[in-house]
Design a protein around this ligand. Sequence first.
Ligand SMILES: NC(=O)C1=CN([C@@H]2O[C@H](COP(=O)(O)OP(=O)(O)OC[C@H]3O[C@@H](n4cnc5c(N)ncnc54)[C@H](OP(=O)(O)O)[C@@H]3O)[C@@H](O)[C@H]2O)[C@@H](O)CC1
Ligand SMILES: Nc1ncnc2c1ncn2[C@@H]1O[C@H](COP(=O)(O)OP(=O)(O)O)[C@@H](O)[C@H]1O
Ligand SMILES: [K+]
Length: 478
Amino acid sequence: MRYAYSTPAIRAAEERAMAEVGDGALMQRAAAGLAAVCGDRLQRRRGRVTGARVLVVTGPGNNGGDGLYAASRLARRGAQVFAWLVTEQVHGAAWRAFERVGGRRLDTEQTLRRIAAGDFDQVIDAGFGIGGRAGLTGDLARIADATRGGPADVVAVDLPSGLDADSARAGETCFPADATVTFGARKPCLLSEPARSLAGAVTLVDIGLPLDPGEAELAQWELPELAAAWPYPGPTSDKYARGVVGIDAGSAHYPGAGLLAVGGAVHAGPGMVRFLGDERAGSIVVQRFPNVVTAAGRCQAYLLGPGWGDRDDARTTIESVLATGLPVVLDADALRHLPQRRLEHALLTPHAGELARLLEVDRDRVEADPRWAVRTAAERTGVTVLLKGATQYVARPGEKLVHTAIPGPAWTAQAGSGDTLAGVCATLLAAGLAPRDAALAGASLQAYTAAQHPGPWPPQELAERFPAVIASLSKERP
Ligand SMILES: NC(=O)C1=CN([C@@H]2O[C@H](COP(=O)(O)OP(=O)(O)OC[C@H]3O[C@@H](n4cnc5c(N)ncnc54)[C@H](OP(=O)(O)O)[C@@H]3O)[C@@H](O)[C@H]2O)[C@@H](O)CC1
Ligand SMILES: Nc1ncnc2c1ncn2[C@@H]1O[C@H](COP(=O)(O)OP(=O)(O)O)[C@@H](O)[C@H]1O
Ligand SMILES: [K+]
């Protein structure tokens, strides 16, 4: 599990740590970790650190201090180090250390000229860290722009300047990095798209911050969580132990949605799938999946909504399934017909547009603050909500911590992926997983499979790769 902490929680932990060891010690730990990563990257790119030319883009606060101390360490290994100062204000002790090792200050024009000439092997972005605001202006924006796409390896200190540490947003101007060295704990921006992609490869350096996962803001699943949650059958499992899924998806207008949802469910390993939807969609489903049953009967979880279109009986169908008290995934068109009361046993799986409609806000508001949006929806509806998108967030009512699924490539962003995913989630509910785990495991399986098989696979073909991935995941089980 990867945890991310908000800026106030990190500041509070820093204060507790500084009371014990002093602030200088924390900064030295941070600088040592940063210099180690910068040195390794220089070594890999050019065979040695000696002779490398390194520019530190130096901000006025402690982030700038980290960068200068790290550069001083690189200078002691033979690098030539330069600094461009964002303002005249600079961390005094770090600046003196930088000057002592022969570090040189460059003015803006010298810096821009050298960047354009491809003169730097590495640019350390030590502009702003957790004190940073979104967006860059003035000469710093020019320097970030000039560096972008050039030959220098860009290493961000703590987080890329121009990002707000607590937000998923990627401002219009920021300093995209090839790598980020973050201190003490990950920041929410480093786990949330689109900000996450601007950070490159993230290394977490332990500087001894006393942080408790109970205070975390975000928790991202990794393979061990997925493998541990996955319902592998035991030696005596029968089809009811594995779970029977009832799927009402598709319509004469959208017959494909039924097939996609069933395809997701079938390839996630249920005991049985009953198709309870439109007759025409049903006959296509059975042709493709002869193991699917169209007769009504015992189910252990349901999926309602994909490809329904406008349906007169939408509300009554939802109410009759809710009345069973069995777990149910409410997706796509079912989300437009939710009863106006708190629900139970359901998992809602909206994308940003559907969540915006549910909350009666603009889509922009959801995208600007996805954690707020997913938490608010969970509180209002009383059930678990999975917000789909480049980062997939899951919130439960009464819980501040928001989880995210294992991330995957944008190949998954195509019509029909959501239908497939809803089918996987319903299979997991039928196997007895709690809605939160079903959402995280389903979304993680789809994203991880797409990462293992990059390319424009149609969703139904990606689903055919789920079984092999599920089988290989068993190696990760605790
Ligand atoms: N504390 C510790 O123990 C440790 C801390 N560590 C390090 O300290 C970093 C936090 O340092 P920090 O608090 O000094 O803030 P920092 O991010 O350097 O920003 C400085 C100032 O810049 C300004 N500013 C911000 N954004 C701006 C913008 N877009 N455009 C223009 N100006 C902008 C803003 O000032 P303002 O303008 O608001 O007066 C802000 O206060 C942290 O990320 C980590 O690297 C590590 O060493 C480990 C130990
Ligand atoms: N940029 C992206 N990177 C990775 N996955 C994405 C990205 N954008 C969307 N996804 C995923 O693709 C799927 C699309 O779902 P959805 O929009 O509901 O499709 P549909 O309803 O057309 O089937 C979701 O699982 C979503 O999380
Ligand atoms: K930075």
